[in-house]
Design a protein around this ligand. Structure first.
Ligand SMILES: FC(F)c1nnc(N2CCN(c3ncnc4sc(CC(F)(F)F)cc34)CC2)s1
Length: 491
């Protein structure tokens, strides 16, 4: 059962990273009864202590690094916050109005309203460290992930074990009901979009929509909900300085969850662990690339290969390691996933991902590859040229059939800049294929004429849209600051 009882209390005071890992490990053994509110409050309190308003100690002698400090977590601090959360939830929802057993849409909406109604009005949405129940209880602030998680934790407090967190690569909602197939929006998404709280995510909404992963979101078990709050840890003290203690806590917790098999259907969490292993490899741990490849395997095996981030995690890693040919191959794979989607205005995050690859990473590669031994012949390699064409073609296909244009003239400049750098010999190989194809086409045209079939029409909307972007829009998109690939993404 839930609650701050002896089983929980005996871990306190928490005086080290290992003590926190032990608390989480013991909680995970409770199965569905793992106490989401308790764990989120503990993580939020530690993160707040280690990253928010952490003025460097006056005695900090910059010739030595500051000795790591782990803040002691006292039982009564956590217990008071926990009691505040359970009291708020239980006093705001009159359970007599709801059937015992499975949650209903009305119940889920009511709980979402209680969380929503407690938030401050001030616009803070894209700040850091607003993902935990500590932030909710101590500052009445939550980001969009935090609201969805708080709804699930509140439903657990009310005894509705069927309400579970559903996660895409840039949004969160809940599933509930006897079969766990009912869905409901419980939070907002992005900027300037009306929230759709209480509404179901229908097939019409989810089909070919990246925001809902085309019906292939991560549906969390209780243990995966713990993995989600661990993934949402943000060790950043400033945009350029991370708390070493917070980063190691996140890495140890993810590693423990990984070893218990709780990341087996959670590609992004596996990718997060890969990132942390790259930053500080732990002894006897596999190399980072293994995690990125595993995330791809999980997405292929369990999510019909509809997730993009596993390929951009791997591409980013290979790029940092100057394994440029393999990086371009991963990005071509990412584009092959996104081409099956229709672009909408709510897909900003993945748009920025592809724009950074096309405008920054690939141009840097074609400029500098000759200086790297792995990639000295990159510009003579037809396989790389083919991957590059596949990358650009995937983005073009992504735009086709979409309500909103993806490409602007800047993209064409990035494409041509990169393609022109390749050796004519490589491009000549394409001519050979083209000639062969041409002969085939001529035969086909002859056949069509006999059959009287019409020739394929170019969709009219393709031409008109391109000119619609003003110079401002083009330069606006081009000056986007590259997003720091921190945990802020999940925030
Ligand atoms: F493109 C790769 F290089 C990436 N590097 N970091 C990436 N992040 C960092 C972590 N991250 C995540 N990691 C675990 N779980 C989740 S659930 C979610 C969507 C939302 F926040 F719930 F709305 C995001 C996310 C978002 C994607 S992708």
């Amino acid at each position: 059962m839930a609650g701050f009882r002896d089983r929980e209390k005996r871990h306190f005071p928490l005086t080290s990273i290992q003590a926190v890992v032990d608390l989480f490990s013991d909680q995970l053994e409770k199965g569905d009864d793992v106490d989401l509110a308790l764990l989120s409050i503990v993580l939020g309190w530690i993160e707040n202590t280690l990253t928010v308003n952490r003025s460097l100690p006056s005695n900090a002698d910059d010739s030595k690094t500051i000795a790591p400090i782990f803040p002691v977590v006292q039982a009564d601090t956590i217990e008071a916050l926990y009691a505040k959360f359970t009291a708020l939830v239980k006093s705001s929802v009159d359970l007599s109005k709801f059937e015992k057993g499975y949650a209903t849409r009305e119940l889920v909406k009511k709980v979402s309203d209680v969380i929503w109604g407690s938030l401050t009005r001030s616009s803070y949405k894209d700040k850091a460290h607003l993902q935990s129940l500590y932030s909710f209880l101590n500052g009445n602030k939550l980001d969009c992930f935090g609201v969805a998680f708080a709804v699930v934790a509140a439903c657990q407090v009310l005894g509705f074990q069927d309400v579970r967190l559903a996660l895409s690569e840039d949004h969160a909602w809940v599933v509930f009901g006897k079969e766990g197939v009912e869905t409901a929006e419980v939070t907002w998404h992005g900027k300037g979009n009306e929230d759709k709280r209480g509404q179901p995510i229908t097939d019409a909404v989810a089909d070919k929509a990246w925001l809902y992963l085309n019906g292939q979101p991560v549906i969390c078990t209780r243990q995966m909900e713990v993995a989600a709050i661990v993934s949402s840890i943000n060790p950043a003290i400033t945009p350029t300085i991370d708390s070493v203690e917070m980063g190691s806590l996140q890495q140890e917790l993810l590693w423990m969850l990984y070893n218990k098999g709780h990341l087996a259907r959670y590609p992004m969490a596996v990718g997060n662990l890969g990132d942390l292993e790259e930053i500080s490899p732990l002894p006897d741990h596999p190399p980072p690339i293994k995690f990125f490849q595993e995330a791809i395997d999980v997405a292929i095996k369990h999510y019909n290969n509809q997730h993009v981030y596993p390929y951009t995690y791997l591409g980013g890693f290979l790029y940092r390691k100057k394994r440029y040919k393999e990086a371009i191959h991963s990005w071509a794979e990412a584009a092959s996933v996104i081409k099956g989607y229709n672009y909408t205005r709510e897909d900003e995050e993945i748009y920025k991902e592809f724009l950074e690859i096309a405008s920054d990473f690939i141009p840097n590669i074609v400029r500098n590859c000759t200086k790297e031994e792995h990639s000295a012949d990159l510009l003579q390699d037809p396989a790389v040229y083919a991957d590059l064409l596949r990358f650009y073609d995937g983005i073009c296909e992504w735009e086709e059939g979409s309500s909103t244009p993806v490409l602007h003239v800047g993209w064409a400049q990035y494409f041509t800049f990169s393609l022109q750098r390749f050796d004519p010999q490589v491009r000549f190989l394409l001519d050979i294929h083209a000639e062969n194809d041409e002969e085939d086409d001529e035969e086909e045209a002859e056949k069509e004429k006999e059959d009287g079939q019409s020739v394929k029409e170019v969709p009219e909307n393709m031409s008109s849209r391109r000119s619609s972007l003003t110079e401002k829009e083009v330069t606006g998109q081009r000056t986007r600051h590259s997003r720091k690939k921190s945990q802020a993404d999940i925030r």
